[in-house]
Ligand binder design. Structure first.
Ligand code: DGL
Length: 265
């Protein structure tokens, strides 16, 4: 499983809860955070190198626990997966399926990074759900960096959240896709601003269900009872990964190893 930093730990959290018997290796590319405003071509090269590194181990499945990486480089990760005979689970499509299934009015919002919105990945995924949907997408360039910074939530972040929610309120969405792995940490704020009837669709639940389905379909699910292992790699400072990581994972992290991504800038 990989992400641009610690945000994907919200996805890992759901996988650890839903699939406790499986083993997980998580790579947080903190040296390259944020992916949301990086040059897409450079990002695709980076995603290829990360997928190669992870699949050079003995992974039976590759999870892209990052909305921006999915939007910009899902095809690249799948190419690498194919060469290793490994299936890839992305984060966008499973969320789009859930959103289309639960919206009553058909008005769906997407809050995501600039790269994710500009890629059109959610719009395409929602358009392929065989249901007429009115999609309102909002770019939130500052929200993930603020959350990752680890500063206490203050009036400033509340104002930021209000500004990003304003077009969603105007569009009267009844379902909002949290199109970035960091946003579950501000879900209570978003819920309060948008109103309690608006359904928030986070990546974690959707991905954990997709991982389970894929493992069962391919006969790869571990049948032994008990708890598997989980471990961490990061490309940036290990101490700050540990400090922030526990907040996102809501579990102890244990050992974190620093890695370089071969052949990437
Ligand atoms: N994991 C990234 C995402 O879900 C966090 C934001 C970023 O790296 O810019 O889009």
């Amino acid at each position: 499983m990989f992400d641009s930093g610690v945000g994907g730990l919200t996805v890992l959290h759901e996988c650890l809860v839903s699939l406790p018997e499986e083993d997980f290796v998580y790579l947080g590319d903190t040296a390259w955070f944020p992916y949301g405003v990086k040059d897409p071509e450079a990002l695709r090269a980076r995603i290829r190198s990360i997928a190669e590194l992870l699949l050079g181990g003995r992974a039976k499945l590759l999870v892209i626990a990052c909305n921006t990486a999915t939007s910009i480089g899902e095809d690249v990760a799948r190419e690498v997966g194919e060469t290793h005979g490994v299936e890839v689970v992305p984060v966008v499509e499973p969320q789009a399926e859930i959103a289309a299934a639960i919206t009553d009015s058909g008005r769906v919002g997407v809050l995501a990074t600039p790269n994710t919105v500009e890629s059109g990945a959610y719009r395409r995924a929602l358009e392929s759900q065989h249901r007429a949907l009115e999609v309102t997408e909002v770019e939130a360039p500052d929200l993930a960096p603020f959350i990752q910074d680890g500063s206490p939530f203050d009036a400033g972040v509340l104002e930021m959240a209000r500004a990003y929610c304003a077009p969603l309120k105007r569009a009267e969405v009844d379902t909002l896709i949290l199109g970035c792995t960091h946003y579950p940490l501000v879900a209570p704020m978003l819920q309060r601003i948008l109103g309690r009837d608006v359904r928030l669709v986070s990546g974690g639940h959707a991905v954990a269900a997709a991982v389970q389905r894929t493992l069962e379909r391919d006969g790869l699910a571990r049948s032994l009872a008990g708890e598997g292992t989980y471990s961490f790699l990061c490309t940036g400072d290990v101490d700050s990964f540990c400090d922030l990581g526990t907040r996102f994972l809501q579990m102890p992290l244990g050992e974190v190893e620093r890695v370089e991504i071969p052949g990437a800038g």
